[in-house]
Design a protein around this ligand. Structure first.
Ligand code: SAM
Length: 324
């Protein structure tokens, strides 16, 4: 295990915000809650290439699967998604794509790794002329952030791509419960992760997941050894799965969940959320949105996570005057 620099303030004891700044009261946690955190700094730079070499474009496609629908919801001032919370987005390819696709959206990105956050910030700022003003980054533990952040209005979108697998089941249960406090009816939770399919791919998937955990243990000190049951955690916290897409022979899942607290259930209408994804049930029938797999893994040349408007729009206030 690679412990986090012991002389530095422990990320679990302080919520520290990185640039761009916005006042956010530091939150001290009891020493008893300290634990050794994984350290993703050493793999922050090569992370994208390691991913491309092992999975080609499969993970990127999984992350971005529902992005067009989210961007549709966000394309004008009537957008239903204005505040997003992204946990563990790593080097920020999805954050950048989301901010570029949704010019009215503001985002809080939370990560334990300063190196990942630096890459995320740079990538997001390059993605859209107003992204710098719309992104706040937080060097913090997601569990502490979700528990202690009280001064923010409810989030409309929560994003956890390949992050929940860094948590134990009790941690994920607690995170989901705490996030429910930051949600309102119709808040969406977008996630992607590895999964163990049934059938002939079950054993290869288990071997793959085991070897990934071993690699991350060696490279980052991550102590987790099994995938948590995110469906159980989210369901118990009041979220309902409204769309799901499996890829890579069933070993990857991209899912959209909506916050449907008991009191709000009679009024909840999934059709309002995702017109192209309605009529999904919790079991997740096949996804009509095509997502073909590549013939062979390929290395992306220009960063696909960085959206470059052509021609680039001049910097401007991101608020549409009609939305005031
Ligand atoms: C496996 S990487 C996933 C990165 C990216 N989301 C992706 O789709 O590839 C996990 C990320 O979560 C961060 N992370 C792990 N545990 C965390 C925690 N408890 N709180 C905040 N960030 C955490 C790591 O620093 C890393 O950037």
């Amino acid at each position: 295990m690679i412990p986090v620099n012991p002389s530095a303030p422990h990320p679990f004891t302080t919520l520290r915000q990185t640039a761009p700044t916005e006042s956010d009261v530091p939150v001290a946690l009891p020493t008893s809650q300290k634990k050794i955190a994984p350290n993703f700094d050493p793999i922050a730079r090569p992370y994208r290439w390691m991913e491309a070499l092992t999975f080609g474009r499969a993970l990127a496609r999984c992350r971005n699967h529902f992005l067009p629908q989210l961007a549709n919801l966000n394309s004008d001032c009537n957008s239903t998604i204005r505040n997003a919370l992204l946990f563990g987005d790593g080097d920020g390819r999805f954050t950048a794509a989301l901010l570029a696709a949704s010019p009215h959206l503001h985002a809080d990105a939370v990560d334990l790794s300063p190196a990942m956050l630096r890459l995320l910030t740079r990538r997001a700022h390059a993605a859209h002329p107003t992204a710098a003003a719309r992104l706040r980054t937080h060097h913090a533990d997601a569990l502490a952030f979700a528990k202690n952040r009280t001064s923010h209005p409810a989030y409309d979108l929560i994003v956890t791509h390949f992050f929940l697998d860094c948590l134990t089941q009790p941690e994920l249960d607690a995170l989901s419960r705490n996030l429910a406090h930051h949600a309102q009816p119709q808040t969406l939770w977008l996630l992607s992760d590895f999964r163990i399919p049934t059938g002939p791919m079950r054993l290869p998937a288990r071997a793959l997941v085991r070897s990934l955990y071993l690699a991350f243990r060696l490279l980052t000190g991550l102590r987790i050894t099994r995938l948590p049951d995110h469906a159980a955690a989210l369901t118990a916290a009041g979220f309902t799965r409204i769309a799901q897409h499996h890829s890579l022979a069933g070993m990857l899942t991209a899912e959209l969940w909506a916050f449907t607290p008991k009191a709000a259930q009679p009024a909840y209408t999934p059709a309002m959320l995702l017109p192209t994804q309605r009529a999904r049930d919790a079991a997740g029938p096949p996804d009509p949105v095509p997502n073909p797999e590549p013939a062979s893994p390929s290395l992306p040349e220009p960063d696909p996570g960085v959206f470059r408007p052509d021609p680039p729009a001049p910097p401007q206030d991101d608020r549409n005057p009609a939305c005031a």
